[in-house]
Design a protein around this ligand. Structure first.
Ligand code: 6PG
Length: 226
């Protein structure tokens, strides 16, 4: 179910970027188009920066969306779209019409509803080709938090509003489990001993997706930087 790869911490960005670039190249060669979904947080920035420098990718046929974002201004240091803009999009020449980010500056719930509509349009004819996920030390993925049963069970919508009291930014916009589960390739990026311990706790736990939303996502490549 999980293809687990242990990687020296200082090689995680290069190795993960190479893996994503290979998937993008293969998908473009087969289908002429590739849709990628990117998480935020602290781990993936260097991965996206390296990915942007990958050669031989026809970026104009790549579409990118955010797995989740915090409801802050797009230039805020907590913003996930800021991370993608300041890394991948610095070097990768992805046309602006292919970039699907939520309008986190507009009020909820309208912004979550708009993002749902945007993703519905983007994913009308094909599922995401690759999604990049992290896992929080509490076990959350995207902005799907443990024990938020309604959010984790959401089966119709592509994007929803969730809240958390555990982190500085409480309001989030996140894709739902069906968007993640239907992706063709899934990459989980974990950095450090604490994340490894949480991942192992999940693997040994008999609790289901309400405690561990990742359990609802399905097969994945897991890269652990130590
Ligand atoms: C976010 C994320 C989130 C992230 C995990 C892991 O906005 O917080 O998209 O789901 O992937 O929290 O984050 P780290 O990379 O910081 O460990």
């Amino acid at each position: 179910m999980y293809d687990i790869v242990h990687i020296p911490a200082d090689e995680l960005a290069v190795r993960a970027a190479r893996w994503i670039a290979d998937v993008i190249r293969a998908t473009l060669a087969a289908d002429g188009v590739c849709v990628i979904g990117l998480s935020g947080g602290s781990t993936p920035g260097p991965v996206y920066a390296k990915l942007g420098e990958a050669e031989d990718i026809d970026w104009k046929n790549v579409h990118v969306f955010l797995i989740d974002d915090r409801c802050v201004a797009p230039e805020d240091r907590e913003s996930n779209q800021r991370i993608v803009r300041e890394t991948l999009l610095v070097s990768a020449n992805i046309p602006s019409e292919n970039i699907v980010f939520p309008e986190t500056g507009t009020p909820l719930p309208a912004s979550a509803n708009e993002y749902d509509a945007m993703l519905r349009e983007l994913l009308k004819f094909r599922s995401a080709d690759v999604v990049v996920l992290g896992m929080g030390s509490d076990g959350h993925i995207a902005s799907l938090f443990p024990q938020d049963r309604a959010a984790i069970d959401e089966a119709e919508r592509f994007a929803i509003h969730t809240t958390t009291e555990r982190f500085a930014v409480h309001d989030r916009i996140t894709v739902t489990i069906p968007v993640l589960r239907s992706a063709t390739h899934k990459l989980i990026l974990l950095s450090g001993d604490e994340k490894l311990a949480v991942f192992e706790e999940m693997q040994h736990s008999e609790d289901g997706a309400h405690r561990w939303p990742l359990k609802a996502v399905g097969d994945a490549v897991v890269m652990i930087g130590l």
